[in-house]
Design a protein around this ligand. Sequence first.
Ligand code: F6R
Length: 365
Amino acid sequence: DKGNHRHFMAKEIYEQPETVSHTLSHYVDMSSDKVALREALPFDFATLKRLTISACGTASYAGIVAKYWFERYARLPVDVDVASEFRYREPPLEQGGLSLFISQSGETADTLAALRYCAGQGQHIASLLNSPESTMARESQVVFPTLCGPEIGVASTKAFTAQLTALASLAVAAGVARGTISAQQEAELVHSLTTLPTAISAALALEGQVEDIAKRLSKAKDVLYLGRGQMYPIAMEGALKLKELSYIHAEAYPAGELKHGPIALVDELMPVIVVAPSDELMAKTLSNMQEVAARGGKIILITDEVGKQTVGEGVAEVLVLPKVASFVAPILATIPVQLLAYHTASFMGTDVDQPRNLAKSVTVE
Ligand code: F6R
C-alpha cells in the first residue's frame, strides 16, 4: 500500500522520521541518553584490534560512514570494502577479529560469500540486517536489526538511514567499551541521535525547492557530487540514487580530489551537488566549491544556516538543513540527496520503484 504517495519510494522516504526513531529505540535508552545494546555480543569491543566491514551498493556507503565513526569515537581501525572485491582479494585477517556485514535483504550473493570467507578465517561474524529470516542471519553469530519494515522500492532509502542509525549507536557503544569517550560525550552523542526524527521531518519539507532544482537536473547529461570526510559517502549515495532512478550519469568525488582530474569536466552545463553541512571540514569543501563556481559549474549546495552564512552570494541553489551535531549530520544530509534523485526521476517519468535492469535482491554475482 503506497498510502497517499505515488510511489513506494516516496512513501519510504517519508517514513524516515518514524523508522529512524524506531531503530534508535532499539539501540539506545532515550531517558538516560545512553547506548543500550540488547544483543549478546560474541566479541568484546574493548579488546578488538580491527573491524572489517563488507557490503554492496548503498549498504557499503553506510559502511564507509561507519568507518569514520568507529575510528573517531572508538579509535578502532576499520577496513571497509565492497563485498565483490573483498571476497576475491582474500585478505589476511587476524584471528579473533570482528567482521561486520551490512545488508537490507540478507541475501546478496557477494556479501554472503564475504561472510563465509570471514567465518572460515576465524572471525567473529556480525550482521546488520533488515531481514531477520535471511541466509546471512542464519550464518551470523550476532544479528543487529535495522527494524525499518519491508522496503519495497528497489532503490534503498529507509534501510540506509536505519543502517546508519544502528551503526552510529554501535560506534558509541564501542567508544564506551574502549574508554575512548566519556559518559558526558556518550550522553551528547546519543542525544544528538534523538534529535534526528524532528530534523528529518524538517528536511522533508524542502521538497518544493527540491522539485524546482530537479526540473533543471533532469536536463543534465552528467552530474558531479562532492563531499569530504563523512559526507563523501553521502555524495556517493546521492550519485548512485540519481543514476539508478533517472539514468543520468552521476559521479561522486571526495572534494579534495577534484583538482587531481575531475575538475576538467566542469563547464557551464555541469550541475555540481556539494554536500557540506557545517562540520570541521565544511570550510575546506566550500573552498573546493568556489573553484567549481569559478569555472562556471552550477552549484547546488546542501548545508545548514552556518554554511549558508559562510558562502554568501554566488551559489545557484542552497538547500538549508536544520543544524544538528556533526556526528549525525550524514544521516540528515541523506534526505535531500534522496529527494533530488526521486524528483528528478519522477519528473522524467522513469519507473521509480522498478528502475530498468535492477533487482531488489542480487542473489547472483
Ligand atoms: C541501491 C541499492 C543497492 C543495494 C545493494 C545491496 O539503491 O538498493 O545498491 O544497496 O544491492 O543490497 P542489500 O542491502 O540487500 O545487500
